[in-house]
Design a protein around this ligand. Structure first.
Ligand SMILES: [Ca+2]
Ligand SMILES: [Ca+2]
Length: 222
């Protein structure tokens, strides 16, 4: 009888140990989001991933903050036991999810499609809003990303197209017909990088001519 009781106690202990093994004292993981370089008007995808998991990730809520002046969200496709609210605020989306057994392998939580709206670089900043379950200690690294939207060469008004309107702006500017004040967009400084298509450091009629030739497909590139 004593042996049986001891065996039963031993089996209970084993059983408790196996249960406790699913309730990690410390859970660690890294949340990452990709980076992109796109042309104005172009779309691209980044993945929100959870990687390097120690223990098991049971619940997560992650906000991705972006610069709406530079990019817009086209789609947020959730995966990995997650859902995505892409319209949460004008400058952030939320990916939230849970797993009964806990994620233990690198997992993509969402694939997010952005479109470049303005030239510049905007961060993709991550923040985590679920800090653990019960007494579990959570150790999380967040690796932010960024999206760089390149100004198209020749696109001085930054509308994503290179056409005669850009040449028109350059000609007016070069002739002194238009006066651009600092609070007007685009200011001349912003024009140099896309507008100086012959890379001679000045904006003039030569640049406008090249833009017109490009728009008319007389030349293949600027
Ligand atoms: Ca343009
Ligand atoms: Ca030039």
């Amino acid at each position: 009888m004593r042996i049986a009781v001891l065996l039963a106690v031993a089996l209970m202990a084993v059983g408790l140990a196996s249960v406790r093994a699913q309730q990690w004292d410390t859970i660690s993981y890294t949340v990452t989001i990709g980076s992109l370089t796109l042309d104005l008007g172009q779309e691209g995808q980044v993945e929100l991933r959870i990687v390097d998991i120690g223990g098991g990730a049971g619940a997560w809520t992650i906000d991705v903050t972006y610069d709406p002046d530079i990019v817009s969200v086209v789609e947020c496709a959730a995966a990995g036991n997650s859902v995505c609210d892409a319209d949460r605020t004008p400058n952030s989306l939320r990916v939230t999810g849970a797993s009964a057994t806990g994620l233990v392998e690198d997992t993509t939580l969402a694939t997010i499609t952005f479109r470049c709206a303005e030239a510049g670089t905007g961060p993709l900043s991550l923040s985590l809003l679920v800090f653990g379950v019960g007494f579990t200690v959570l150790e999380v690294d967040l690796l932010d990303g960024a999206i760089t939207c390149k100004a198209l060469r020749g696109d001085v008004n930054a509308d994503g197209e290179v056409n005669s309107i850009d040449a028109f702006h350059l000609l007016q500017f070069n002739a002194g017909i238009i006066e651009l004040l600092p609070d007007q967009l685009p200011v001349p400084e912003d024009w140099y990088k896309p507008g100086d298509v012959n890379d001679n450091g000045v904006l003039d009629a030569q640049d406008a001519l090249l833009i017109l030739q490009f728009h008319a497909r007389l030349i293949d590139e600027l």
